[in-house]
Design a protein around this ligand. Sequence first.
Ligand SMILES: Cc1cc2nc3c(=O)[nH]c(=O)nc-3n(C[C@H](O)[C@H](O)[C@H](O)COP(=O)(O)OP(=O)(O)OC[C@H]3O[C@@H](n4cnc5c(N)ncnc54)[C@H](O)[C@@H]3O)c2cc1C
Length: 418
Amino acid sequence: MTGTSGGLTNWAGNHSYRAGELHHPRTLDELRRIVATARSLRVLGTRHTFSDIGDASSLVALDGLRGCDEIAIDHDAATVTVGPTVTYAQLTPRLDAAGLALANMASLPHISVAGAVATATHGSGDALGNLSTSVRAMELVTSDGELVQIAAGDPELPGAVVHLGALGVVTKLTLAVIPTYRLCQRVYVGMGWDALEENFDRIMGAGRSVSVFHRLGERIREVWVKAAPEQPAPTELFGAVLADSPRHPVPAADPLNCTPQLGVPGPWWQRLPHFQAGFTPSAGAEIQSEWFVARDQATDALAALRQLADRLRPLILVCELRTVAADELWLSPNHGRDSAGLHFTWRREPAAVAAACAEVERTLAPFAPRPHWGKLFTARSTELAPHYPRLAEFKVLREQFDGRRAFVNRWLERTLAL
Ligand SMILES: Cc1cc2nc3c(=O)[nH]c(=O)nc-3n(C[C@H](O)[C@H](O)[C@H](O)COP(=O)(O)OP(=O)(O)OC[C@H]3O[C@@H](n4cnc5c(N)ncnc54)[C@H](O)[C@@H]3O)c2cc1C
């Protein structure tokens, strides 16, 4: 079935899809035919990116595809295989009911696993890689209509996992799983910047997953700590005091939308994301950006950004600092270095945000910043290419999987000169 994408926007409403047609294949053979004959094609995920990364002259939605929402657990292999439309909101309770878990999650469960993995979506945690690092195998339809399987041990896997939509239509992903676990979430309010600078490792290591929320202000607003129930919970964290009521990271937003806090133990999937499935995550009318720097340069990079506070703050809803462990995925922003993610949730003012992004990028340039692929940034391929040591190999892989350039869209041309 084919229609138009007329009026379709991304979740944030700051990008209107330009695609002239939207396909809804029902079978794998139909999908293969669509892919093999499309001039320019992209998969429509859950649309939680903030740019034209997922746009092309044709789009394909996989929600009518037979098996698109399948979840197959393999206890012996400690893996789960998911269809292309499965979201973390669908997957995580199923895993927990089977006594299993994911190592980490993003701030929200609303997003598709396939779309999250494509852009190296991440959570926080010194010892935890981004969500793409859990991929053990993938199946995709390449632009000649061929169905390709890539498994652990295949030399292509580390190159293909963070694919930015450039290699084909992913129809299955196999993820590593671990035994289920419980966490408590606590929020600490009002830390000084000097405390973070002096005790960075102890603060970011205060739990399994730690997020620092601020607005480049005089003080840090909140530190969210997600820790094992057996871990002792101090009433004070380097000058920040334990919140006695639930919080939302965005000032004045309703904490009802957030996962339970106040130290109440609960399953991993109801504590790792900040926002609950079924509720609006974050602010809604917003644009997001994020840049990764080496973890050991996080406080220097934040100090540089704080110099821009007066100019940036009118646009900022909230900023978040998270840590991500290094990995070997070719296009991962965390490739080869333990990273700190410096995130901005901006007001939805696209022109002003684009100017602010350019200013942030100039300020962070000494720190070799790598942008979050799914969020908004302005850097072009000439500035970005030096930060990705495996980019040349990815270009060879792209040529191998998509020799006729059906998946190369405008975003890929300007971002990576693919
Ligand atoms: C409120 C909010 C909170 C967020 N929180 C976080 C966070 O905590 N951490 C973080 O890292 N990011 C976060 N993000 C960013 C976002 O989750 C990621 O950018 C993610 O890529 C979105 O996936 P999607 O499927 O919704 O996006 P889409 O734009 O639909 O897809 C992303 C890309 O993947 C491609 N794609 C999707 N499915 C397939 C497939 N089956 N085969 C081939 N290509 C495919 C698309 O074509 C597109 O290029 C957040 C975004 C929002 C709106």
